[in-house]
Design a protein around this ligand. Structure first.
Ligand SMILES: Nc1ncnc2c1ncn2[C@@H]1O[C@H](COP(=O)(O)OP(=O)(O)OP(=O)(O)O)[C@@H](O)[C@H]1O
Length: 362
């Protein structure tokens, strides 16, 4: 039976109770907003969608969730990774070919666009598509028809196209490597998949779910992470996003089945000892050994904050800073919440409420 995720919106309020939506785990404000957007886009059923986000942020999961909950769910979901198929093959893969169109075309074959007729075509890594194919794809979106390689007559198709990329398409358009007209055709509904480091409050929930997933039987003892190991993973910057976290947890569960994992069992690059010891301002080394909190701007009054062209996400940074202060106070007080509240000059009940609300690993 097809899986269907109920709309998250009730009246004008987004329900904050779902933490697993169409297989996507998360209960941070960013993810709840995303689930709500997926529900709206799915219901609409036909507009082209462009999903942008770093590698491993769940772009394909988003595309599947849109398809599975749309009126098109009885049609095929056809994924095509434009970067994985050599340029010279991609055209015939997408458009199909007629017998004799080229050497080796012994018989006609329909392409993946036609295969997705009535369903959804997911074009992953669209930024890697060469320009001649971009022009052909634009025609499909405009005319709603495909022409097989070597064919003479176009065929009508009813396909929703969802494209995704980890590249900055604005930059590719500006540098002439991606057609502007195609960009606007694709980005009718833009969706941003947020990186994991911008929604750290999801990390504990993801870890819990992945531990469950990789624990073989329900009766097996669960593998656990001790608070310091958890804090360390919460402080890490996750350049490979959810995929990297999922792979790490799988590895830890296999190597330490049913055990309690401490910091020393974490692979070295995930051990953010200085964060656990110093909390707040300490960053955690990224894959190249660099410290991921960004160097201060010479005139900055807020060291460590990266002011991009679009400014900063004030609420996210304040919330992140609050998390770090709470975790540091807990660490300094050896896990004693009363003492941690004293160090923070907060009421114990206020601290406990915040820990619960933020789902902090203490
Ligand atoms: N929110 C999430 N909840 C659960 N699993 C997730 C989530 N986001 C990503 N994943 C998992 O992370 C892995 C990568 O997801 P996915 O392939 O959708 O990412 P992507 O952004 O398309 O990556 P890429 O750009 O490298 O193709 C998958 O195993 C997926 O199940």
């Amino acid at each position: 039976m097809e899986k269907s995720c109920p709309p998250l919106r009730i009246g004008s309020h987004v329900m904050a109770t779902n933490d697993d939506y169409c297989g996507m785990i998360g209960n941070s404000p960013q993810m709840l907003e995303l689930f709500d957007l997926i529900a709206c886009v799915a219901e609409e059923g036909s507009s082209t969608v462009l999903i942008q986000g770093e590698s491993g942020t769940g772009k394909e999961l988003i595309a599947r969730a849109v398809h599975d909950n749309s009126p098109r769910r009885t049609g095929h979901f056809v994924p095509v990774n434009c970067a994985a198929i050599p340029d010279e093959l991609l055209e015939s893969e997408l458009f199909g070919y007629v017998k004799g169109a080229f050497t080796g075309a012994m018989q006609s074959k329909i392409g993946r666009i036609q295969h997705a007729d009535g369903g959804t075509l997911f074009l992953d890594e669209i930024g890697d598509m060469k320009s001649t194919l971009q022009a052909k794809l634009l025609r499909v979106l405009q005319e709603r028809e495909v022409e097989q390689v070597g064919g003479v007559r176009p065929t009508k198709v009813d396909v929703r196209v969802i494209a995704a990329t980890h590249q900055n398409l604005d930059h590719l358009v500006a540098s002439g490597r991606f057609r502007e007209d195609l960009y606007y055709r694709l980005a009718v509904i833009p969706i941003i998949a947020p990186p994991l480091r911008e929604r750290r409050s999801d990390i504990t929930l993801l870890i819990e779910r992945f531990i469950d997933r990789f624990t073989r039987r329900k009766t097996d003892r669960r593998t656990m992470l001790d608070p310091q190991a958890l804090q360390s993973l919460m402080a890490f910057d996750w350049p490979g996003n959810v995929r990297e976290l999922e792979n790490l947890i799988q590895r830890l569960v296999i190597l330490h089945r049913g055990k309690r994992i401490s910091m020393k069992e974490l692979p070295e690059k995930y051990r953010c000892e200085h964060v656990v010891a110093n909390g707040a301002d300490a960053g955690c080394a990224g894959p190249g050994g660099e410290i991921s909190t960004v160097a201060a701007h010479p005139q900055s009054t807020a060291p460590g904050i990266q002011w991009g062209d679009e400014g900063i996400d004030f609420n996210m940074l304040i919330s992140d800073f609050e998390d770090r202060l709470i975790l540091e106070a807990i660490s300094r007080s050896g896990g004693n919440k009363k003492e941690a509240a004293r160090l923070l000059n907060l009421k114990r009940t206020t601290l406990i409420e915040k820990i619960k609300k933020k789902n902090l690993p203490v």
